[in-house]
Design a protein around this ligand. Structure first.
Ligand code: MUC
Ligand code: MG
Length: 381
């Protein structure tokens, strides 16, 4: 069979970040990308990415466990199968693998990339077609220092890269976090939308009081203020908050999204391909949200260019994305493994109309940054 899958490789790539990125549960000093290379008998290669944040501190899969599971359990299910039948392959995986949505997302992306290349169309077209060619992108201010964050935001506004800012809070005392957020909003005024991500750090009672204070400070949105596991508690916070609440960690599958919609837990959902099992899977969560009148936001797990473009290719097919996106992952990294980096300009990420993901690896740099590298020279850009 021409389109049979010949091999699946999962490679860990360690890259530095431009500065420490401070989240409630973890401070990132680098990022590990898990890159999937799926090769088919017709000579086509599909690329995918299964990147998470902070080892096991954010999600239930670590980069190392994702690689191990791809090597041990996914590869034997894939080899010899028809890469052109994505429904059949994902169904086959679904029958044998519980959870592991990050690994599923990388495989689904690689299959879509291969299919797009084979047909000469972008992934957005494999998914039914796009409604736009670019996406507005938020930036996360997470240096841990109010003055530095304001400087960073001013710079982003000046170079016209971002005008939506997400502030990572929840690690410190609540009143200090609120003062930090209010100072940033005061400095930026109407020039920017300011939102916060608490990454599950508050209790329900703290969240109710804090959301009122954040509303008074002019904040537009509060992301995942309380732990992920209680949709009814999130619904109570949503009902009492003057500003909209967004579910992020609460969605670890399409089924989670359905449960949250049923409980009226939050008026906005963060869409992440890694949390749902791929670009097609995330569109199922989007459909649930749309049917329930829930607003959408294009989220990230701070992937590099491959995972970011895979997300973008899915998001451009959506009729509405009222809260825009945060697809800035590659901009947090100091190094690039793609031959041509993604294009960010005029507050947007461009989503090119090229076959598949439209991306090519820089093989020399890819070899240099892989954790198991065998040689150590590279020309720095
Ligand atoms: C998260 O919780 O949303 C997305 C942007 C960012 O800075 O962190 C991630 C994870
Ligand atoms: Mg979040």
């Amino acid at each position: 069979m021409e389109r049979a899958i010949e091999s699946l490789d999962a490679i860990l790539i360690d890259l530095p970040t431009i500065r420490p990125h401070k989240l409630a549960m973890h401070t990132m000093k680098g990022q590990t990308l898990v890159i999937v290379r799926l090769r088919c008998r017709d000579g086509i290669e599909g690329l995918g990415e299964a990147t998470t944040i902070g080892g096991l501190s954010y999600g239930m899969e670590s980069p190392e466990s994702i690689k191990q599971n791809l090597d041990t359990y996914f590869a034997p299910l894939l080899i010899g199968q028809d890469a052109g039948n994505i429904n059949a392959i994902m169904h086959r995986i679904e029958r044998s693998v519980r959870g592991n949505t990050f690994a599923k997302s990388a495989v689904e992306t690689a299959l879509l990339d291969a299919q797009g290349k084979r047909l000469g169309i972008p992934i957005s077209e494999v998914l039914g077609g796009r409604l736009r060619d670019r996406l507005s992108v938020a930036w996360t201010l997470a240096s841990g220092d109010t003055g530095k964050d304001i400087e960073e935001a001013e710079h982003m506004l000046e170079i016209r890269r971002h005008r939506i800012f997400k502030l990572k809070i929840g690690a410190g005392e609540v009143h200090k976090d609120i003062a930090h957020v209010a100072a940033i909003k005061r400095a930026l005024g109407d020039r920017a939308s300011v939102r916060v991500d608490v990454n599950q750090a508050w209790s329900e009672s703290v969240a109710i009081t804090a959301c009122k204070a954040l509303g008074d400070a002019g904040i537009d949105l509060v992301e995942q203020p309380i732990p992920r596991h209680d949709p009814l508690a999130l619904a109570r916070v949503s009902a009492r908050s003057p500003i909209p609440i967004m579910a992020d960690e609460a969605i670890e599958s399409v089924e989670d999204a359905f449960g949250l919609a049923r409980s009226a837990a939050a008026p906005i959902f963060a869409l992440k391909i890694a949390k749902n099992g791929g670009p097609r899977a995330v569109l199922r969560t989007a459909a649930i949200a749309q049917a329930a009148g829930i607003g959408l936001y294009g989220g990230t797990m701070l992937e590099g260019g491959i995972g970011t473009m895979a997300s973008a290719q899915a998001f451009v097919t959506l009729p509405q994305l009222s809260w825009d996106t945060e697809l800035f992952g590659p901009l947090l990294l100091t190094e690039e493994i793609l031959a041509t980096p993604l294009i960010y300009q005029d507050f947007h990420l461009e989503v090119p109309n090229l076959p598949g993901l439209g991306l090519t690896l820089d093989e020399e740099r890819f070899a240099y940054f892989r954790r198991d590298r065998s040689h150590t020279t590279v020309s720095l850009r």
